[in-house]
Design a binder for this molecule. Structure first.
Ligand SMILES: [Zn+2]
Length: 241
C-alpha cells in the first residue's frame, strides 16, 4: 500500500475558486485574474480614453473585489497582461487534450456505476480508482482536485526548485510536490504525443501529487521510501483501467 503512504494530514484552507483577485493596478486600469475549468485568465480593463468610467455593472463574471457580481462596463480596450501565474497559458490543441483527459479522469474517479432496479440512476459506488484518494491529505476526492482545484499551465521552460527545466526531461506533466500546489504543468510535446488513456492516467497521477502523494526521487530503495514515478503510474493504471 505504498500508494497511500502519505505525508502528514496538512489541510490547506480551501480558497474560493471562480473568485477573481485584483493583481495590481496600472494607472486607472485594473488587472483581473480569474480561474476557470481550463486554466486562468488575466485581463486588463481600463476606463474609456481617460473619461469617466461607467464602472462595474451588476451582472456577469468575474465578480468584483467586494465579492459581488460585476463586469466592467467601460469601453476601454482590454489588453493582455502577462499572467501572474507561473508557466504560460495552454495553446488550444493542448488545452483541448487536457480538457478531454480531465473529463475522462473525472468519469473514472466517480467509481463504478450501479445498474439495478432498486438503485436510483446515476448512482456510483467507489472503486479502486476512487479510493486512490481515500486518505489523501488534502481531503478532496480526485474528481474535486481535477475538476475545481487544479490549474493547468504550459510548463515549457519552467524550472523547478532545483533549477531543472522539467519539461526538457520528457515528462508529460509535473507539479511541485507535495504541498498542494494548484498548478499542474503540462509539457505539450510529450503530453500531446501520448494516447488518450495515457493522458488521463497522467492527470490522475499528478492529481495524487497535488493531494499530497510523495514520490521517490532517488534510486535508493528503503523501507520508508515512497513509491517512485513508475510505481505510481502502474498503480493508477491498475486502479483506473
Ligand atoms: Zn509523479
Amino acid at each position: 500500500m505504498l500508494l497511500l503512504t502519505l505525508a502528514g494530514a496538512v489541510l490547506f484552507p480551501s480558497a474560493a475558486l471562480g473568485m477573481p483577485s485584483l493583481c495590481g493596478e496600472t494607472g486607472e486600469c485594473v488587472c483581473i485574474t480569474w480561474i476557470t475549468g481550463g486554466g486562468a485568465t488575466v485581463e486588463v480593463r481600463c476606463p474609456a480614453n481617460g473619461g469617466s468610467p461607467s464602472g462595474w455593472s451588476t451582472s456577469g463574471d468575474p465578480r468584483d473585489a467586494d465579492g459581488g457580481d460585476g463586469s466592467f462596463g467601460g469601453s476601454g480596450n482590454p489588453s493582455t497582461l502577462p499572467s501572474t501565474l507561473p508557466g504560460t497559458v495552454l495553446n488550444p490543441t493542448t488545452g483541448q487534450n487536457v480538457n478531454n483527459a480531465k473529463n475522462a479522469a473525472i468519469q473514472k474517479l466517480r467509481g463504478t456505476k450501479i445498474v439495478d432496479e432498486g438503485t436510483p440512476k446515476g448512482t456510483f459506488e467507489p472503486n479502486a480508482c476512487t479510493n486512490l484518494f481515500l486518505n489523501s491529505p488534502l481531503g478532496m476526492t480526485g474528481g474535486q482536485i481535477l475538476g475545481s482545484y487544479v490549474t493547468f499551465r504550459d510548463g515549457t521552460n519552467v524550472k523547478d526548485s532545483n533549477n531543472v527545466n522539467v519539461c526538457a526531461t520528457n515528462v508529460p506533466a509535473w507539479t511541485t510536490c507535495c504541498n498542494h500546489d494548484r498548478i499542474v504543468y503540462i509539457c505539450p510535446g510529450s503530453f500531446n504525443s501520448m494516447s488518450a488513456n495515457d493522458r488521463m492516467w497522467t492527470l490522475i497521477h499528478e492529481a495524487l501529487h497535488v493531494g499530497g502523494q510523495l514520490e521517490d526521487k532517488d534510486t535508493t530503495v528503503g523501507p520508508n521510501d515512497p513509491p517512485n514515478s513508475s510505481q505510481i503510474g502502474a498503480d493508477v493504471k491498475k486502479a483506473c483501467p
